[in-house]
Design a protein around this ligand. Sequence first.
Ligand SMILES: Nc1ncnc2c1ncn2[C@@H]1O[C@H](COP(=O)(O)OP(=O)(O)OP(=O)(O)O)[C@@H](O)[C@H]1O
Ligand SMILES: [Mg+2]
Length: 301
Amino acid sequence: MKKIIFVGGKGGVGKTTCASTLAFKYSKKEKVLLVSTDPAHSTGDLFDIEIKKKDEKFRYSKNLDILEIDGEKEAELYISNIQKQCNLMLSPVIMGEIKGQLKRAKNSPGTHESAIFEKINKIILKNQEYDYIIFDTAPTGHTLRLIKLPKTINIWMDTLIKKRKKILMLKNMKFDRRDRISDDKVLSLLESRRDDLLKIYKILSDSNKVSFYFVMNPDKLSFLETKRGVESLREFGIGVDKIIINKLYPDSIDPFWQEQKYKQEEFIKLIVDEFKDKNVLTIPYLEKENQEILEEIGKII
Ligand SMILES: Nc1ncnc2c1ncn2[C@@H]1O[C@H](COP(=O)(O)OP(=O)(O)OP(=O)(O)O)[C@@H](O)[C@H]1O
Ligand SMILES: [Mg+2]
């Protein structure tokens, strides 16, 4: 594994287009897995394919596999897994009480993001044979704080593991049994969770391996959102490698549109100044067909 690239940004700015372009470009020489979280099927459109099954790799070419994931389904799975794990550990009375809360949690935006992040982690751990894994979404700093706290997580998980071992030993003693502690489901769940968290922490905190690209359009809302996104990542010590300003107005013979273009250019100067420590790229609005878009944008990013 050489690199994991997260392509983030506001809805509709061009994340899927940029992520697909990068995947297409790198797959000319190296092995790439493109992971799409796009509900609008833009990935399929760009590559002129129909991806029928979510959560199953689609082999586009010798070097490029595409995996679409379904955010809704992941959120459901995430909650039902938590429920299953709680069932293992908690009494039916307590379970009855938290069932309603779990149901409500399913629809909160935080759950959706955590579920996708959990899925991203699984995909990274399972697909280490690729040179590149490119995601057309990026976790926020808020979500990443979980893996940025390995020490806390480690201490917390180790305490839970020790406690569980103690309970099992006491149970064995009390009932004069010789059950193998390592056969305990709760214990293996805790241990595998801790091991995965440590592995993913090691990968994601390696700034040589992980890149964050932010896509934006040259408008105020997109700019503010990007600023917030970059700041939230910075808070957790994560840098953004590239800022891509997408869909710039072309030159126009119409005076109104040419005026808009000049205004946009002024605004772009502001953006470049704000992100002067970063690599800022611009992509024009292209009136082209899918495959041509991939080739054309590939020359820029
Ligand atoms: N440079 C460009 N020139 C012309 N059209 C573009 C360009 N970049 C993106 N588009 C078009 O804009 C639309 C949105 O792009 P895309 O699907 O890549 O955005 P997104 O950020 O992934 O959106 P979402 O948040 O909905 O997933 C698509 O129809 C795409 O073809
Ligand atoms: Mg998209």
